[in-house]
Design a protein around this ligand. Structure first.
Ligand SMILES: *Cc1c(COP(=O)(O)O)cnc(C)c1O
Length: 430
């Protein structure tokens, strides 16, 4: 997710105030530990076995410790070993791309309890293809008419003003016009003969109209509803929650919490619409989605990530993320004025965020300086971008707080983050 979106998505507050006893009680499930250990271990083994060149090394691109989260600019998640293996196997053979698209969609739809599914090149592409599908559906149009002829067709998408976001661009690409509403009355009045779709930003912090009402009014007008839930897994059940509620189309990022390939995503929903979305997608050349190609490796990787995810357990995962936070807290808790807090956003990145608040005038280094100095040490650590910024992640999140996302850390990295944080916090002077 982009930092900009993130800023808006963290405002629903839910605090888990840290206490020594609560954290002492958490333990790591051995199954999860080994699952998480495989990816870095297999990479080391592959390198040791001469399986290939390390192109990061060859290119001089630093490998980082991701203590931030599933941020797009940090390449989001690392794929679990079983997903990496599926990608590598898929790379060995050509197939007919449309056969793979259809079969993967049917498989995912079955596993995620919806009618239809399409592996897209990300949530943003899912939103573009959803929009294209709704235009084609409402107008009986052809994909090659998008976007040029859309201004002469039914072309309105209704969105709450509080749900306008940078990903509106993904819809505008199809030539639609966004109609903004604030109140329920506005919303009811906004439907015209030109309405093709509505969009709901699931993690939006504000907006007067709730999901159920949003759906009910739109469906009263026979207008399909898309919901953007890109970063909203965990919990795992969200993958069928919104289609189950009746949303016609639901977008998820494949490379965030689901840990598939970063350039993959899911469009889930009504089969006639996911099929129209596919008609607007690569490999069809005269289509808005032609540049949103998903290669066979990434399609297979996305399917394998769904299979992997459905073997995971939300509670065990959350315990593991807390265990890592506790390791870091132990290493910095005696820094003067230090207060540790755990914050879990309610929707989007619904995982423990460690907030380390302290008085920089006593400690001698500001959170922004800590963030900069961690980048200069090796291995390079990237903290959550909310470090040293104001108040979205809980009572202590401000210019005097470091924010650590623990869920993308790999085995052994929490210890390194704790050690480096301690080093920077104890040796730096303003
Ligand atoms: C990350 C994100 C996207 C884009 O997802 P990609 O899979 O990178 O295309 C869209 N919407 C929201 C709300 C996001 O957080």
């Amino acid at each position: 997710m982009s930092t900009g979106t993130n800023r808006r998505t963290f405002s629903r507050r839910r605090f888990l105030h840290w206490s020594q006893s609560a954290l002492a009680a958490v333990g790591l499930s051995p199954a999860l530990a080994s699952a998480l250990a495989i990816s870095s271990e297999s990479a080391r083994k592959a390198a040791a076995a001469g399986a290939g060149d390390d192109y990061y090394e060859k290119l001089g691109v630093e490998k980082i410790i991701n203590a931030a989260g599933t941020y797009t600019y940090l390449t989001a998640a690392v794929m679990p070993a079983q997903v990496q293996r599926a990608v590598a196997l898929a790379a060995l053979h050509p197939v007919v791309l449309k056969d793979l698209q259809r079969a993967s969609g049917e498989y995912i739809a079955k596993r995620l309890r919806c009618e239809g599914a399409l592996v897209t090149s990300g949530a943003s592409a899912a939103l573009t293809l959803a929009t294209a599908a709704c235009i084609v559906s409402a107008n009986g149009a052809k994909p090659n008419q998008i976007p040029e002829e859309v201004s002469f067709m039914k072309n309105e998408v209704i969105v709450q003003k509080a749900h306008r976001y940078e990903y509106d661009h993904a819809m505008l690409l199809c030539g639609v016009r966004i109609v903004e509403v604030v109140s329920l009355d506005d919303y009811k009045r906004a439907f015209t003969t030109k309405t093709v779709m509505t969009n709901f930003f699931n993690a939006a912090e504000a907006g007067e109209i709730d999901r159920e009402t949003w759906l009910e009014v739109a469906h009263g007008h026979n207008v399909p509803c898309h919901i953007d839930a890109a970063a909203d897994m965990p919990p795992i059940e969200n993958l069928w929650k919104y289609t189950g509620m009746g949303f016609d189309l639901v977008a998820f990022s494949g490379g965030k919490g689901i840990r598939g390939p970063q350039n993959a995503g899911l469009l889930l929903g009504k089969k006639h619409l996911t099929e129209l979305a596919a008609e607007n997608d690569s490999p069809n050349s005269d289509a808005v989605g032609r540049g949103m190609k998903v290669a066979k490796e990434q399609i297979v990787g996305m399917v394998a990530a769904v299979d992997w995810l459905l073997e995971q357990n939300d509670e065990a995962d959350q315990r593991e993320y807390m265990r890592r936070a506790k390791i870091i807290i132990q290493m910095v808790k005696d820094i003067p004025t230090m207060k540790a807090e755990i914050f879990v956003p309610e929707i989007a990145n619904h995982v423990p965020h460690l907030i380390l608040a302290y008085d920089p005038s006593v400690v001698g280094v500001t959170p922004k300086q800590v963030q900069e100095r961690l980048r200069t040490l090796r291995p390079q650590i990237e903290l959550n971008p909310d470090t040293g910024s104001t108040g979205r992640l809980g009572a202590h999140n401000n210019e005097n707080a470091i924010v650590v996302g623990t869920w993308m850390l790999q085995p052994g990295e929490a210890e390194i983050v704790g050690r480096h944080l301690r080093k920077v916090l104890t040796t730096s002077k303003l």
